[in-house]
Design a protein. Structure first.
Length: 113
């Protein structure tokens, strides 16, 4: 995972971790990469709902995805957990809080970087 360098990135990271379904996704991905259908079955969750949670985790750079061809010739989207470690303390918050923009970041913002 890329280092968190501003308040908006910290907030995005913490928001991504603030959901029990996402924590369950992280637990499963910690054992290795999974494709979406497999992950949905293991979680007992619909694929559309799973994609929403995975999108939040991907926006926060907690997971990464890539497409692979299965033996059957079908394409499958795989997700992998990115290694991360965050020492959350008052010093980090004091350093990053002044850079908060309080605006919602969009995918379009990411493409401009």
């Amino acid at each position: 995972m890329k280092p968190i360098t501003n308040g908006d990135e910290l907030l995005l990271f913490l928001e991504a971790l603030s959901n029990p379904h996402r924590l369950r996704i992280i637990r499963i991905l910690a054992t290795g990469k999974q494709y979406v259908s497999q992950l949905a079955r293991e979680l007992g969750m619909s694929r559309p709902l799973l994609y929403l949670h995975l999108q939040k985790l991907e926006e926060a750079h907690i997971v990464s995805s890539d497409m692979e061809l299965l033996d059957s010739g079908k394409a499958a989207k795989y997700y992998t957990l990115n290694s991360f470690e965050l020492e959350l303390n008052e010093a980090l918050i004091s350093t990053l809080a002044p850079s908060l923009t309080l605006k919602k970041k969009t995918k379009e913002d990411d493409s401009k970087q």
